[in-house]
Design a protein around this ligand. Structure first.
Ligand SMILES: Nc1ncnc2c1ncn2[C@@H]1O[C@H](COP(=O)(O)OP(=O)(O)OP(=O)(O)O)[C@@H](O)[C@H]1O
Length: 355
């Protein structure tokens, strides 16, 4: 159930989900203000279009619209993070970091300090409940599992969850479109964003990275160390990748590892990309306190992967070790591992480079 609220600041991207989130809050009588963060510099229409579409929605709903210039924050936390990560041979996940450091944290601060609001809201598909026994807010999967975005939200902490509303957590995406059409919202027919926002803007991750990273030619080797070919920079590869490796072979080849110290891309068979365990850093225990003993859970190691059975073993340095019941394909350092107890997000963190 949504808390009964007074003043709510809704993050508006200019898309249909946040438009409907704002409309739902307006309909139930909240005092709603729209807020759009201006995230990206340079070419690309997504931000400017988003700001205009968000403004139109605010006009339609009769609510105030604020725009906050967050380009420096985005550059510091996302662009620099991505570039440094790819340079070091990992495949960083920008979205959870963006949610925590660029969106939710600054939005809650701005909403409370500058606008005197009680809550923020977004159009994410996720739910928040409160557990009286644990005295904790708990992050839960959306009712619409095909749209669930909790994988990107695992890093939100208690103070942020306490101040956040997800009006679409109980709504199916099809219902969101119906609500938008029923209210005649100008964003009702806007297509879904398909990809990472940076990729949508730049065409591909390669084009984005080419702006920041120079070519750094090196060798492509197999797992025995035999040289099979050359590459122009390890940042063009990601673990599990099969297409575009640039080496002809009778059997399909996959990227198995990226060795930044030797500037090498290591390739092998599909089986060789499977791993039975990994360690996870920068762990956030979301919905339960950090356990002192191993727990059983279901883990996702990428956004679209299935949640699979795992033992989560807390380590002394705050990290955890994940031991999968079955070896998993393409465990990728830099991506998030998020573990669940059914629909409750227990915790998550960033997969460590393989040592
Ligand atoms: N630039 C922004 N400023 C403010 N809030 C934002 C911004 N970008 C995204 N959000 C918030 O985060 C939510 C999830 O963003 P995401 O980029 O995943 O888009 P989405 O799921 O396609 O949603 P939408 O249809 O609203 O764009 C949005 O619904 C919105 O509430």
């Amino acid at each position: 159930m949504l808390p009964s609220t007074k003043k709510v600041v809704v993050g508006l991207s200019g898309g249909v989900d946040s438009s409907v989130a704002a409309a739902i809050l307006c309909e139930r009588g909240d005092d709603v203000i729209g807020l759009t963060l201006w995230l990206m510099r340079g070419k690309g229409q997504c931000c400017s279009e988003g700001m205009v579409d968000a403004a139109k929605i605010c006009e339609q709903l009769g609510i105030e619209h604020k725009i906050v210039d967050s380009r420096d924050t985005f550059e510091q936390y996302i662009i620099d993070y991505l570039v440094a990560g790819y340079e070091a041979g990992i495949t960083p996940l920008p979205c959870s970091q963006c949610n925590k450091a660029v969106k939710f944290g600054p939005m809650v601060k701005y909403a409370k300090a500058e606008l005197g609001a009680d809550y923020i809201a977004t159009g994410h598909y996720a739910r928040i409940t409160y557990d009286e026994t644990l005295q904790r807010y708990q992050l839960r999967r959306a009712i619409d599992r095909s749209k669930d975005q909790t994988y990107f939200l695992y890093d939100l902490e208690q103070d942020i969850l306490a101040a956040t509303i997800f009006p679409l957590g109980d709504t199916l995406k099809t219902e969101t479109r119906t609500i938008a059409a029923g209210l005649n919202l100008s964003t009702a027919d806007k297509p879904e964003s398909q990809d990472l926002c940076l990729v949508e803007k730049h065409g591909s991750m390669k084009t984005f990275l080419d702006k920041y990273l120079n070519e750094r030619p090196g060798e492509i080797v197999n797992t025995q160390g035999a040289v099979l070919g050359k590459h122009l920079g390890i940042h063009h590869y990601t673990i599990g990748q099969r297409r575009g490796i640039g080496v002809a072979a009778p059997e399909p080849l996959y990227v198995v590892a990226l060795d930044a110290s030797k500037n090498r891309v290591v390739v092998g068979s599909r089986e060789e990309t499977h791993g039975g365990e990994c360690s996870v850093d920068r762990v956030n225990w979301v919905s339960i306190p950090q356990p002192s003993a191993p727990i059983r859970a279901q883990v996702q190691v990428r956004y679209r992967s299935e949640a699979v059975p795992v033992s989560v073993i807390p380590l002394e340095n705050g990290k955890v070790k994940l031991v999968f019941d079955e070896p998993q394909f393409g465990i990728t350092p830099g991506q998030a591992a998020v573990w669940y107890d059914e629909d409750i997000v227990l915790g998550g963190g960033i997969i460590d480079p393989i040592s």
